[in-house]
Design a binder for this molecule. Sequence first.
Ligand code: ZN
Length: 241
Amino acid sequence: MASEELHTLLAVQDHDTALDQLHHRHETLPERAERQRLLRDGQAIAAERDQIAAQRDEIAEREAALEAELATSEARATQIDKRMYSGEVSASRDLQAMAEEIGRLKSFGSHLEDQALELLDQREPLDARIAELEARLTAMADEIRRLEQAIAIAEEEIDTEVGREQIARDGLAENIPDALLQRYDALRKKLGGTGAAPLNRSSCGGCHLTLPATEIDRIKHSPPDTLILCDQCGRILVPPG
Ligand SMILES: [Zn+2]
């Protein structure tokens, strides 16, 4: 194993580590988690808004029915009132009955108005709560849009960097024999992303454990083409030089 190839492999490892970090950053953008949280909260708020709106609509329907009933009753009273003063009716008994009917309609009307006021009292706090929830939903939608823009910008930056790293990595990897590269890739998969590490003095740059003096001695005296693996973690060790 030519020493140059091993040093190139270390450079490939650096690019692969950078790529792994970029992919991790892409997956764990804090804005994405925040967006998810807002979407979840927004669903709960919208459900509450819908539930209150259903109550409000039911009250509003009852108010509309009362208004219609009141209008009918008032129209009827106006009609009787007109007839009373039209001169068509002259019998005092009839006039008396008509006056009584108008009185009944008026009292019924004021009863309907009281009911309508009660319904209004019930509806107003619901309207206020709906407006409050809708204002919150609007603010959340704005924030979600802002986060989505931030995510898009961050992803674009990361993708550009990934492209750069990948080109540099592939350019270096071309100079490494396939067998060594395959071995490195297999180790990378097995050992959390690091397949090759420098030998720093007497410790492995991958697992950071100190190699026994006899092992260091063996490495120093092995032929230059020997592929050295850390006897602690199994990673490809690249001696300095
Ligand atoms: Zn090691």
